[in-house]
Design a binder for this molecule. Structure first.
Ligand code: GLC
Length: 427
């Protein structure tokens, strides 16, 4: 079903791209729809697993009684969030004023004219923000969204079972030998390792991390030409493929998105986990069996630390919003110290303000902040193209087949390369 939808989107995109330049820009005539408009706004965003939204709504609404924000929470699954946004943009829904844009959706939303460029009267000051986050919100040299939360992958490990964090895959696996259940988490011992291996966006994240760690490159330096079929990529992908085959990754992880992974680690079923920083707040939460028994470290790789895939979310203003001036103020508000600090202290979300990573008080409380900053600064972006839905589909489908053992690593990469090529060619 997804494949059919992607094809339709890609087909329509060719025509839209040409028009995009004058679609959302208030100065290019005709389409100023709400650029100066003020009034109540709706902020559409993924499910608040971190408990930070009530603060944001209360703070904003107290200061803006005539321009209140209503928050619409979507699912916590990246693919479902995207489908919801695509549907509402296609319907030109003026009810979605401000939307959360995953870093990988920026190009598509911008190219289609669904979110307004933050230029001219919509200018946003980005000087205090982490450069990687600004880049993730930029398409073709123009800023289209306000960095809201960054994301870098981290390794979570059990300090009651391991002396220090492994820096290589070999060390990680060495720690598991004879101490973990193989192949399944239903045994009485924890399983060794899990990340996000269900067939959705998170699989692309995890596959890309494995591939990049061994020197593979999904696309070339232009950000879109397929280069994934290489021996380097095969070495990386094999870490995951062998994981399922040899049992150091439990088979249940084929159904894991972020939430299932964190729940498994939280209930003591995993020795090592790859996840985003938001997991810290959940692992320290009241139902956690591992509070005080886990550490956070950079991701391991084949020979020393690997690199994370760059994650994160930015806020865009819908081109169909009637209240874009209010929406812009809301974007400025979410960059504030108040909001960014609350996101970190309550939800352990990665701030976009550079200064927070060296704030002594925060670093004392969140000792992993320097590692997180490094993870974000060295993170590898996913391909930047308006045809990203087709590209990620190519990565997910073929990786998943290899992880399930339905195809070999070599064949999966060959098929992935062909599918990325046809996706970036426009359909
Ligand atoms: C996180 C990341 C996002 C990524 C998603 C995949 O939310 O911030 O960039 O696409 O995970 O599930």
């Amino acid at each position: 079903m997804r494949a059919r939808k992607v094809a339709a989107v890609a087909g329509a995109l060719g025509a839209t791209l040409v028009l995009a330049g004058c679609g959302a820009d208030g100065d290019s005539g005709g389409s100023t729809r709400g650029a100066d408009g003020r009034g109540p706004i709706t902020f559409v965003t993924g499910k608040d697993n971190s408990g930070v939204l009530p603060f944001i709504a209360d703070e904003w609404n107290r200061a803006h009684p005539d321009e209140k924000v209503t928050i619409k929470q979507q699912s916590d699954q990246a693919d479902q969030q995207l489908a919801d946004l695509e549907q509402h943009f296609q319907a030109k829904d003026p009810g979605y004023d401000v939307v959360t844009v995953d870093v990988v959706w920026t190009a598509e939303f911008a190219a289609r004219g669904w979110i307004v460029p933050l230029t001219g009267r919509h200018t946003l000051d980005t000087r205090r923000l982490l450069p990687a986050t600004v880049k993730s919100a930029t398409y073709n040299g123009t800023l289209y969204a306000a960095p809201y939360g960054s994301d870098g992958g981290l390794l979570y490990y059990r300090t009651d079972m391991v002396d220090s964090a492994p820096t290589t895959w070999k060390e990680l696996l060495g720690n598991c030998e004879g101490r973990t259940a193989e192949g399944t988490i239903t045994g009485d011992r924890p399983a060794c390792y899990a990340g996000q291996f269900a067939k959705y966006e998170g699989l692309t994240v995890n596959a890309a991390e494995a591939i990049n760690a061994t020197g593979g490159k999904i696309v070339g330096s232009d950000g879109r030409t397929a280069t994934v079929d290489s021996p380097e990529s095969a070495a990386g992908l094999d870490f995951l493929v062998k994981g399922f085959k040899d049992g150091y990754i439990p088979k249940e992880a084929l159904g894991f998105q972020e939430t299932q992974t964190v729940n498994a680690f939280r209930s003591g079923q995993l020795m090592f986990m790859r996840n985003w920083p938001y997991a810290v707040a959940i692992l320290d939460g009241k139902d956690s069996k591992v509070a005080g028994k886990y550490g956070v470290a950079p991701l391991p790789g084949p020979a020393g630390h690997g690199a994370s895939t760059l994650g994160g979310h930015n806020l865009g203003i819908s081109a169909y919003s009637e209240h874009q001036a209010t929406a812009l103020d809301f974007l400025r508000f979410i960059e504030s110290d108040t909001v960014q600090r609350n996101n970190l202290t309550v939800g352990t979300l990665a701030p976009v303000l550079t200064s927070m990573y060296s704030d002594p008080k925060l670093v004392k409380k969140f000792t992993y902040l320097p590692d997180l900053l490094k993870s974000i600064e060295t993170a590898v972006p996913r391909p930047i193209t308006p045809f990203y839905p087709g590209v990620t589909e190519a990565i997910e489908t073929n990786t998943y087949a290899a992880l399930q053992g339905r195809t070999t690593t070599a064949q999966a990469l060959k098929d992935m390369q062909a599918a990325i090529k046809s996706a970036t060619a426009g359909g």
